[in-house]
Design a protein around this ligand. Structure first.
Ligand SMILES: C[S@@+](CC[C@H](N)C(=O)[O-])C[C@H]1O[C@@H](n2cnc3c(N)ncnc32)[C@H](O)[C@@H]1O
Length: 245
């Protein structure tokens, strides 16, 4: 009970700070803390913000890239405008949305991809976990090929089955892949971000498909052919949202 109270108190404190600083969401502090640690976004960068609603990360990204930079956000839900950013509405896995992003990029390579994407949940943990991790793999598949040499990709992860396999699937293409849990995230849901730095495009051949690699690495675990050491400790990091009627 005491732990629960402390966690709620911390969350409220981030919320109050977000309000006082003009950020739309306390999640802005997560990106600021990721930035402080890894220096991902630089002045003049082209940034893609995946799952950008309500716009907290986009606000931070615009401040960091400055006047010469470009921030393109995308979300299923429409955002209030953020000055200096182009915020698109659409599903990142759909061709139509991907074409809109490509149009906005106008052939500029991306320096930094930041993804805080969280799918709607059904409440069935195993289903939600699978959907969430597959979505992260899909985001890699669409956007990684748009990254410039030396670029970075940061994504929220859904703790539990599949994390190790996803890391294995993306590791060959970055010189550094780390997990990071910002203080602003340290709540009972134990949220983690995967920070991949220094993209090495020459390691990607045409046929690279992160989702397929991820699923084939996961297959033995799901089919039970791996020796199980017992139940894995699992935390959910989903934002609980009602399904739209
Ligand atoms: C935790 S919120 C992002 C908060 C944001 N980083 C901020 O600071 O304001 C996660 C977002 O992912 C979006 N999302 C989920 N699935 C998506 C999809 N397939 N395509 C685009 N956005 C999606 C949700 O609509 C939700 O707004």
């Amino acid at each position: 009970m005491a732990d629960h109270w402390i966690e709620n108190h911390k969350r409220d404190s981030w919320r109050r700070q977000a309000k006082a600083s003009g950020y739309r969401a306390r999640s802005a502090f997560k990106l600021l803390q990721i930035q402080k640690r890894f220096k991902l976004i630089r002045e003049g960068d082209v940034v893609l913000d995946v799952g950008c609603h309500p716009g907290g990360w986009a606000q931070v990204a615009v401040e960091l890239v400055g006047d010469e930079g470009v921030v393109i956000g995308v979300d299923l839900d429409p955002c209030q405008p953020v000055e200096g950013a182009t915020l698109l509405v659409g599903d990142i896995t759909e061709d139509l949305t991907q074409d809109r992003i490509l149009e906005e990029l106008d052939e500029r390579p991306i320096n930094t991809i930041i993804s805080d994407i969280s799918p709607d949940i059904t409440g069935k943990w195993d289903v939600d976990q699978t959907v969430a991790m597959t979505l992260v793999a899909d985001v890699f598949d669409f956007s990684m090929k748009l990254l410039c040499k030396g670029g970075s990709f940061t994504s929220k992860l859904f703790q539990g089955i599949g994390v190790e396999e996803l890391i294995k699937a993306v590791k060959p293409y970055f010189s550094e892949v780390k997990r990071f849990s910002p203080d602003a995230s340290r709540n009972s849901s134990s949220e983690v971000y995967l920070v991949c730095r220094n993209f090495m495009p020459w390691k990607m051949n045409k046929g690279v498909n992160i989702r397929k690699t991820y699923e084939s690495l996961l297959e033995p675990k799901l089919s039970g052919s791996e020796i199980d050491d017992g139940p894995e400790e699992v935390y959910s990091s989903f934002k609980v949202r009602r399904k739209r009627e």
